[in-house]
Design a binder for this molecule. Structure first.
Ligand SMILES: NC(=O)c1ccc[n+]([C@@H]2O[C@H](COP(=O)([O-])OP(=O)(O)OC[C@H]3O[C@@H](n4cnc5c(N)ncnc54)[C@H](O)[C@@H]3O)[C@@H](O)[C@H]2O)c1
Length: 377
């Protein structure tokens, strides 16, 4: 991620200093990025001059972060470990000016905890890029408890100058994308596990009847069941085991048996050498019978109701704006539209009715209504 972010910043005209704990890694990244930029120029995606000048702006730094020169912004993208990140931020606070913005690309750690103990914590924010950074437009700008408003606004402006679309979110578990997306996977896994329909049919239902590019089963096979389970487990643990985010035994079993998805040749589906699923055979008649029927057995209604509930709840808690939630889900996960657009299309009352029916069919709190759904819009 660090190299991809460096490429974006260099192409936007900044001098970028790369540092990595592994000896030679920063130098190797600069070489690889130089080759990437030359390849982009070869394909006509950037001019020869732009590729050359961006490559010339990339500078490897030997040593640790204290060897960095004085800069305006540091984007930390080291291992996802709070203690390692805190050590780095403490060192940066010693060596960089008090108005240097210190950003973390963390996907799951609490920014307030990362900033804890850093002098002038107002300068610490999250800049959560998506993989691969040069191609993904979305950046979640994360505000910790102490992040300064001026720093957050300047970061959003900078991200726009880098050709990105920033959205802002409080430092809440999963931020916007990794939180709101949970039920897209969880509902499908529950319905397949209880025998309502098979995995290929769930995917077909969500593609054909809700416009998703990929269904949840094929998508988790692509992401990696282990990676997807780790994100879900992290959100579940950080929310005090909220049943809304509870990982499923269905997915745990896939991971425990090494069925990680495309990368291991087998996940929900089995893949041939070209990466094509050989056993993803949907039943269109079953899908046609279920979609539009009772919500308990309708994979589309269940998924959309939960996505709307999740998006509305984030906004209800004051953690993000409705506009940013919709933008984040379209750009971060490629959804055809965001939860608020769906709420408007379906009507709040329909969503409330669906969730109420689900809550009485499957009690335990997973389907509890966000208070935001029954408040006047
Ligand atoms: N991979 C993704 O899709 C993705 C997406 C968004 C955010 N992130 C976040 O970005 C960060 C990095 O993820 P990644 O997948 O690029 O990891 P990675 O393991 O590929 O790279 C981490 C790099 O950090 C270096 N490093 C470790 N400790 C260091 C230290 N103390 N000082 C300097 N360098 C150190 C390692 O040598 C390694 O090169 C994580 O916080 C992750 O959560 C990852």
């Amino acid at each position: 991620m660090g190299a991809g972010i460096a490429q974006v910043a260099a192409q936007a005209g900044h001098d970028v200093h790369l540092v990595d704990a592994r000896e030679g890694a920063a130098r190797a990244a600069v070489e690889t990025l130089g080759a990437t930029l030359r390849r982009l120029a070869g394909k006509g995606r950037v001019s020869d001059e732009d590729a050359e000048s961006a490559a010339a702006r990339l500078h490897p730094v030997d040593g640790d972060v204290t060897a960095l020169p004085a800069v305006g912004l540091v984007v930390e993208a080291v291992v996802e470990d709070l203690e390692v990140k805190r050590e780095i931020f403490a060192a940066l606070a010693q060596t960089q000016a008090v108005d240097t913005v210190l950003a973390s690309n963390t996907s799951s750690l609490d920014l307030t905890a990362v900033a804890d103990g850093v002098p002038h914590p107002g300068r610490v924010i999250g800049l959560h890029f998506f993989n691969p950074p040069p191609l993904m437009r979305l950046v979640e700008v994360i505000r910790g408890r102490d992040s300064d408003r001026a720093v957050l606004d300047a970061a959003a402006t900078l991200m726009r100058a880098w050709g990105k679309t920033p959205v802002e979110c409080a430092s809440t578990p999963g931020f916007i994308v990794n939180r709101v997306a949970r039920p897209f996977y969880g509902e499908a896994q529950r319905m397949v596990a209880d025998g309502t329909l098979d995995a290929a049919s769930v995917d077909l239902a969500l593609r054909a009847h809700a416009g998703f590019r990929m269904g949840p089963m094929e998508l988790t096979d692509l992401i990696g069941q282990d990676v997807n389970l780790a994100v879900g487990t992290s959100v579940w643990e950080q929310t005090g085991h909220d049943p809304r985010y509870a990982p499923t035994d269905f997915q745990r079993e896939l991971v425990a048996t090494g069925r990680l998805g495309r990368k291991s040749g087998r996940g929900v589906f089995t893949y041939d050498e070209s990466g094509t699923a050989v056993d993803a055979v949907a039943d269109p008649d079953l899908v046609a019978r279920l979609v539009g029927g009772p919500v308990e057995t309708d994979p589309v209604a269940r998924t959309l109701a939960m996505l709307v509930n999740e998006g509305v709840d984030l906004v209800h808690r004051g953690e993000a704006s409705a506009e940013d939630v919709d933008t984040a889900m379209r750009l971060g996960t490629n959804y055809p539209q965001g939860p608020f657009a769906w709420r408007d299309a379906l009507g709040s009352q329909t969503v409330v009715d669906w969730l109420t029916a689900l809550d009485s069919a499957f009690p335990g709190g997973r389907y509890r209504l966000s208070p935001g759904l029954t408040e006047p819009a």
